[in-house]
Ligand binder design. Sequence first.
Ligand code: BGC
Length: 809
Amino acid sequence: MRWARHFNTPAKPLGKDGRKISGCVEHIELSKNTAAEGIVLLKNENNLLPLKSKKIVLLGKASEEYVKGGGGSGDVYCKYCTSLYDAFKADGGVEIYEGLHVFYQENLKDQRKKHRDPGMTVEPELSDAQLKAASEFSDTAILSINRYSGEGWDRACNIPGKELHMENIEVDVWGGEDGFRAMSKEVFPKGDFYLTAQEEALVAAAEKNFKNVIVLLNVGGIVDTSWFAENKNISSVLFLGQGGMEGAVAAVEILLGKKNPSGKLTDTFARRLEDYPSTDTFHDFAGGVEYQDDIFVGYRYFETIPGKKNCVVYPFGYGLSYTDFDISLAGQNDGGDKIAFTVKVTNTGKVAGKEVVQLYYSAPDGKLTKPNMILGGFRKTPELKPGESCFVVVDIVKNEMASYDDEGAVKKSAWVLEKGDYKFFYGNSVRNVKETGTPFSVPETKVVLQLTEQLKPRKLTKRLLADGTYKTLETSEYEKIERPEIFKKAEVLEGVIPSVRGLPHKSMVQRLHNPTKHLEDVYDGKVTLDEFMAQLSTEDMVWLLGGQPNTGTANTFGIGNNFDYDIPNIMTADGPAGIRIMPWFEQYTTAWPCATTLACTWNEEVVEKIGQAVAKEVKENNCGIYLAPGMNIHRSPLCGRNFEYYSEDPLIAGHMASAAVKGIQSQGIAATPKHFAFNNKETNRKQSDSIVSERAAREIYLKSFEYMVKNSEPWAIMSSYNIVNGQHTSECKDLLTNILRGEWGYKGIVMTDWWTRAEQWREVKAGNDVKMACGYPEQLLEALNDGRLSIDEVKTSVRRVLEMILKIE
Ligand code: BGC
């Protein structure tokens, strides 16, 4: 049987010679190597790194508790997670001061009793005697700082007037006042962007007692970097990200010079939280966020808005190496639709390494406001030996440089290339670039694609312009939707387990001889999908549009499930940093680096390889739909789920997600890029309205999804919890039908995020095919009966569900 795995609980190992592939050594090795490639060297004064000292002191409890990734559904149950201390010990190349190891272990044991996860612990104070003894052992200290965040709660913001107010906020299971949010408030009174008082004391002690101080940041998002950037007493800093179960081993390989760092930041690291324009309105009101920063997200803001360049400590795309590279332009060829840039990279230093060639463009000023710099393409080189060169080619599609005109300044609802010179810059960060010297000149403004207005904002009061001023916008009222009382009751809707559908008794003999067409017959070409669907009753169909009970080790429910027609119940599994299944089965899987760390590799090939590997683990555990990649834009450092997403920039996010989807689906497993779209805040996430202009939607928040859909054709997409411009995304026809399918040609299914606060009939009508984690077939039948929903709408969604199952192996 084609779907035998999906009908059976025993998970047959898929590795060679009957070995399990989940969490196998080869996968862990790939995870570690990728973590190393994602590490960003932020600072290296006097080439302190790679380490020369044979004796070191590990400062900070973070050296004993590596944070492999974030929490919530993005967590992974792996067999172990190596600490920095253990990684150094296993390597054996340097001697470590043991006195602090015992101290930190004891301290953390106590903190664990209060259920503090790694990264949510308090930095213990070191006594003068401890520091003296440590500094007598070595003059070199590695000071580690870690952070943890997760779904359902955001990182705390303690700027006066900008804090989170809990009134009118539906408390999420993860982030309630007795959950992580409360813990975070207690551990990080200033908010976890900044160092705590205890961490500041540790930094001061390190500066005072050690000649050489190296800092490691084991964090999944943007944090304050100003405390070390200009501090002469801190020589070297590595941004480790959250690198999965062996991220600390990867760090040791980099520290010891066994590997050369080649990661680059995929976000702008600014001095203060308030430097990000998104901070201003992040917690303004419980019911939503106004995206007043408009298209000026991340470096588009800092590189454009007057006076903001100075706020940047480490720019987008930045990252050092243990070697040096010379980057020069070898050619620029206008090839009709595209311009191809050939860039020569030479390793001019003393050790082998990789470099990332980044190509930016600057569109001319015109009727539409524009950012100064936009990433147009990138390419990572292979490893180059000292003295070795290579050529890389980066293409920019001309029409991709168009801007979206949502106001009619040039042509309403159209992508337009305004007249003037489009200038190009190549280099290895948004700041370290040279102009190519040959602009692309557009003599007359032209419309490259005429669309129709979608996602009209009604509550956006103003939008930022390139000169730093805001344009005031007219607002209007949303259409009122009357919802049944039940949709206001979290306690009735949250966490509902799908019911098991009763099917009439049938004997085995009847089943063997009945004339039923099975789904496999469609796969085998014996019947058409139309013929197959013709046998399904309306009830059969509406049941296919909701989540199904768990089987085996799955804990995020299934899709399909009709035994009469042998439609398998295909299990879903989270995502994105590895497959997350029921922990008590002890089916340990590989914990991969988090998405941000993957993106920091700027290496699509490696991300595709991980996609393949993780999909094998999904299959081995009898699941068929992987709930990944996560690909929302890092709009604000405060978003609790940024670690699950790639970048502030849609191009790199789109490329990474696309690579992941290709890798996953090459194994016959459905990828489910999520959360479509505008899921940039976790607080009140099921009721939070993302109020955004159509232009920012299309140029920033949807752009990554558009690239991914067109380049990798995912079989499934997950709509998000949030509301966009007054409509739940899962009920938003503009988004799911007009844009996603109509404009981009998407063919797969859309499933909701788990237990949305929207009505299933409205979701199906909008183009959201499946309600997860459980559907409400009776509500769909009612809607069919009274005409709110048509049978054709139901059939369209059922067809998509079956088409997806047919692709799964
Ligand atoms: C998350 C999704 C996840 C789903 C299933 C939701 O809470 O938002 O990202 O895939 O749960 O675990």
